[in-house]
Ligand binder design. Structure first.
Ligand code: KG4
Ligand code: ZN
Length: 345
């Protein structure tokens, strides 16, 4: 029976959570910096770090209050050690290790993507190992075979832009701000199916790799064709382009995910990462699941994007097998291969 404090600061969300190995998730608190970065059209790393510093302690206090526990009752601290922005990661690692030192408890560095891909296990019903995970976030697009905690095999990944990046860059071209994935998806609902058709990059490449950078060029070309004489395109055209963009990305993701299930012979698919919040993707995967007789699992919508709960939960699973470190010196890993993190010792 353990209580784990999770700290996520890898990018532009400060996420804190308390997870109890028997009672489940007791509390979580989140601050998103999206509004702050929006005016720059992307995440400004230095601003991100400074904001994490401002938010992290108040959020820890908020989560502790919500859980009705005390900090003294915490048995271990799990923090995101990488990958991500180094300055932002240092805030979570610094506070996590200091707190663990002060409380005399272990600190566990968690791989951010491990957090994402284990997050559907927080939901009910939860998948069982082994399963295929489709990891679709702002920085990553990967298909993984997951045989257990720390047992991850990469089946395929993007050769260039991530799916979230494709959503965001297309959204920016349509004037939807940053990150625009959710806004593009909302606009797409007003779109006319079939008015435009964009390429489905690598859908029939015969492997499990992705490529999304050409799609953004296709969106740009389409948008330019409709911005005559410097006049902005009409609302319906914007919605129709958003619709076509979403269809193209979703069809490729769903096609490759089902190909991964065929290739591995597994019958469970887990979808994780911010793009996993996309309703059209969920609808397409649900359709494929009933047609092809597999099961698909999603994290609750609030745990699709970055959050502290997935880090606390990954920490809890690792703590079952590994003691965690009482060496409180720390480093962060802005680039970190998920396949190299290894099994809990
Ligand atoms: O996992 P996440 O919160 O952060 C990273 O680790 O990158 O994912 C953020 C990404 C962004 O690209 C965002 O636009 C995208 O997830 N996203 C969506 C939706 N909600 C978030 N993309 C498409 N449809 C959505 N509903
Ligand atoms: Zn993420």
């Amino acid at each position: 029976m353990k209580l784990i404090l999770g700290i996520e600061t890898s990018c532009d969300e400060t996420g804190i959570a308390l997870y109890h190995t028997e009672r489940g998730l007791l509390a979580h608190a989140l601050h998103s910096q999206v509004a702050m970065h929006n005016e720059y059209g992307g995440v400004v790393p230095e601003l991100a770090s400074r904001d994490h510093i401002r938010r992290v302690l108040p959020l820890i206090h908020e989560a502790v209050r919500e859980s009705s526990c005390t900090l003294k009752g915490v048995d271990a601290v799990a923090y995101t050690q990488g990958p991500g922005l180094s300055g932002a990661l240092l805030v979570g690692a610094g506070i996590g290790c200091s707190l663990a030192y002060a409380l005399g408890i272990p600190a566990i560095g968690i791989h951010h993507l491990e957090g994402h891909l284990l997050s559907p296990l927080l939901a009910d019903p939860a998948p069982e190992f082994p399963f295929v995970a489709l990891l679709v976030s702002g920085g990553h697009t990967q298909l993984m075979r997951v045989d257990g905690v720390g047992r991850y095999t990469l089946l395929g990944e993007t050769l260039d832009d991530a799916a979230g990046e494709a959503f965001d860059k297309s959204a920016k071209l349509l004037g939807l701000g940053y990150p625009g994935g959710a806004a593009l998806s909302a606009l797409a609902q007003q779109g006319t199916p079939g008015r435009f058709r964009l390429p489905r990059p690598m859908l029939h490449s015969g492997d499990l790799e992705f490529s999304f950078s050409g799609l953004k060029t296709a969106v740009l070309t389409l948008a330019q064709q409709h911005e005559r004489n410097g006049q902005p395109m009409d609302e319906q055209t914007r919605a129709d382009i958003a619709h076509a963009t979403q269809e193209a990305i979703v069809e490729v993701l769903a096609g490759k995910a089902t190909a991964a299930l065929r290739q591995t012979g597994l019958k469970q698919l887990v979808v994780a990462g911010g793009v996993g919040a996309n309703r059209r993707l969920r609808a397409q995967l649900d359709r494929a699941a009933s047609r092809l007789q597999f099961r698909v699992f999603y994290p609750d919508l609030e745990f699709c994007t970055d959050n502290g709960a997935m880090i606390a939960f990954a920490g809890a699973l690792r703590l079952k097998h590994q003691a965690g470190s009482r060496q409180y010196s720390f480093d962060v890993k802005p680039r970190w291969d998920l396949q190299k993190i290894g099994l809990p010792a």
